[in-house]
Design a protein around this ligand. Structure first.
Ligand code: DP6
Length: 375
């Protein structure tokens, strides 16, 4: 039996957005970004990679959601595999591989499926080709406490540090498959540091706070429409970089200020600031989209109704809820556990929501369960 690796990776939701690249080929962003990693049994990508018998298979193969793909038309994946092979010292590294990937949610509905998809793939490839280390990554098993017995303290700590570092390095590869995916290499609150080097080697994700930092926080992902979006993030941000004047202020002033504010808010569990900064940054990002020429509209009528609803709610009850929207119309809502039941009642009554994925933070913020399915 040829070697095979399977893993499940979560999407992440940017609270402070990445929008625009300094280097298109290497995917080096204009600014740092900051996200929360979801960890839900409803939202994930599950990927398996295996070496194939070199005599039977001549080339690499890729299946997405049970449909065989023309790998050549997924240039970033081809590129990602090449980069991993380059870093591998396995004697059989040039043997063909087979990739089988499934998203549990619509691929391009603005639910960041590329973030979990590319992260899952990078993680699997990193393990399969034994890049930056030969051990399967350990941290999640230790943190989640599923299958490992806690081993001797120091040894275990060293392993965790090594594991974090390896994830950071892998995130720099993942980033080149799709920028936002690098943040899915960690659970909890994650920052993607834009970096300063021209080769992008310091453009990596880092975990800033673990999942346990704010257990009362909850995240609701709402799907208001599941059709394919019209302008992909890649094309949208290219157009913004070329035509928007506001993007410069967004990336050099608004984002750095917001990242500082949100870190402080998380540390002091100041929900009002946390929600306001998140909402303002989302609105600022969509303002860049509107300032792009021709303009890009990711929000639709449903999104705008949700925005109005949240503000009306907060006017009455104080700031209990925040929203954020990526490159699509689906609202992601944040709130504290204690405020969820009353808000949800009113929300579900008001909107015809196709599907509502509602997970407590204890689950959502678990570290990525990358290793869970590794045999
Ligand atoms: C709005 O990571 O999808 O979700 O790097 O071109 O693949 P590429 O773009 P992608 O862009 C995500 C943009 C965003 C904001 C964010 O996740 O930070």
């Amino acid at each position: 039996m040829e070697k095979e690796i399977t893993c499940v990776a979560p999407p992440n939701i940017a609270l402070i957005k990445y929008w625009g690249k300094k280097d298109e080929n290497l995917i080096i962003p204009l600014n740092n970004s900051f996200s929360i990693t979801l960890d839900s049994s409803d939202l994930f990508t599950k990927t398996t990679v295996r070496f194939c018998d070199p005599k039977k298979n001549e080339e690499d193969k890729f299946t997405l959601n049970e449909k065989p793909q023309k790998l050549a038309s997924h240039k970033r994946i081809v590129n990602l595999i090449a980069k991993i092979r380059e870093k591998s010292s396995l004697p059989n590294k040039d043997d063909p591989i087979e990739i089988d990937s499934m998203n549990s949610f619509p691929t391009a509905a603005g639910l960041a499926s590329s973030s979990s998809g590319i992260a899952a793939l990078t993680y699997c490839l990193g393990n399969l080709f034994e890049v930056y280390g030969t051990e399967p990554l350990q941290l999640d098993q230790v943190e989640i406490g599923k299958s490992t017995k806690k081993q001797e303290g120091k040894n275990e700590e060293n392993k965790q540090v090594a594991d974090l570092l390896r994830r950071e390095k892998l995130s720099a590869i993942s980033r080149q498959g799709s920028g936002s995916s690098c943040r899915s290499m960690f659970g909890g609150f994650v920052e993607w540091i834009a970096g300063e080097k021209n080769d992008g080697s310091d453009s990596r994700a880092k975990q800033i706070f673990p999942k346990s930092v704010w257990p009362e926080l909850r995240v609701l992902v709402c799907v208001v429409r599941s059709e394919q979006k019209k302008v992909s993030s890649t094309l949208g941000m290219r157009r913004s970089v070329e035509t928007s004047e506001y993007i410069d202020k967004f990336s050099t002033k608004v984002v750095p200020k917001n990242i500082k504010q949100i870190k402080q808010a998380i540390q002091s569990q100041d929900f009002e600031t946390f929600a306001n900064v998140t909402m303002k940054n989302s609105n600022a990002f969509h303002s860049v989209c509107l300032d792009t020429f021709p303009p890009i509209f990711y929000l639709n009528q449903d999104s705008k109704k949700v925005i109005d609803f949240v503000h009306s709610w907060n006017d009455i009850f104080g700031t209990q809820v925040g929203y954020t929207f990526d490159a699509g119309p689906n609202p992601v809502l944040i709130m504290l556990n204690k405020n969820l039941p009353s808000f949800l009642d009113a929300f579900v009554q008001t909107f015809q929501i196709e599907n509502l994925v509602n997970q407590p933070l204890q689950q959502i913020l678990k570290d990525s369960q990358f290793n869970k399915l590794v045999q």
